[in-house]
Write a protein that binds this ligand. Structure first.
Ligand code: FAD
Length: 151
């Protein structure tokens, strides 16, 4: 099986207050995890109030079908493909789709990647998006492990 990774970004068009936006994002992540588990897709979704940045990995045919479905979704717009490349192994194998919202809690990680102000994915190359997503994954996984550890 030949593995590929696709990276894109898009404008978040979710309407409503913070609470409503978070609800919509939770819906997106839940549906993504269910569909991606079925389709053998793994990856990460980083978002703030303005942008989505997503990494999808798996078989090319499945990634393309998923990306085409995502591209038709009215909850975002200006979808811009950053990169598609072959990969030797998955980098988000633990996540059918891990969602990380940009909050003050993870601001330190964004700063480490030189992102202090508003996220502007148009200025980020695929490698930089990937490095950020991997650090966010490490953070989220450590957080989950800490919760699971007995006190
Ligand atoms: P249906 O649920 O029948 O959707 C029919 C149509 O309505 C589609 O165009 C769908 O996009 C749209 N839609 C569904 N729910 C809503 C809603 N609450 N509000 C407005 N429109 C809606 N799906 C994945 O499978 N994997 C992913 O990794 C993934 N990532 C996503 C990332 C982002 C940023 C966004 C916005 C969506 C993502 N989705 C993902 C969801 C995807 O766009 C589809 O909604 C989903 O795959 C189901 O599509 P469907 O046509 O089979 O189903």
């Amino acid at each position: 099986m030949s593995l590929h990774q696709l990276i894109y970004y898009s404008r978040n068009t979710a309407a409503g207050d913070d609470r409503e936006m978070l609800r919509q994002l939770r819906d997106i992540v839940a549906v993504s995890q269910a569909n991606n588990s079925r389709d053998g897709i793994t990856g990460a979704l980083i978002f703030d109030k303005q942008w989505f940045v997503q990494i999808l990995e798996g078989e090319m045919e499945r990634i393309e079908a998923t990306y085409n479905r995502i591209a038709r979704d009215p909850r975002h717009g200006t979808i811009t493909l950053v990169e598609t490349r072959g990969i030797p192994h998955r980098q988000f194998a633990e996540w059918a789709m891990g969602g990380t919202m940009r909050t003050p809690e993870v601001q330190e990680i964004f700063l480490r990647h030189g992102i202090g102000g508003t996220l502007d994915p148009a200025r980020l190359k695929g490698g930089a998006i990937l490095a950020l997503a991997l650090d966010l994954k490490a953070y989220e996984m450590e957080k989950k492990a800490a919760i699971a550890r007995p006190a």
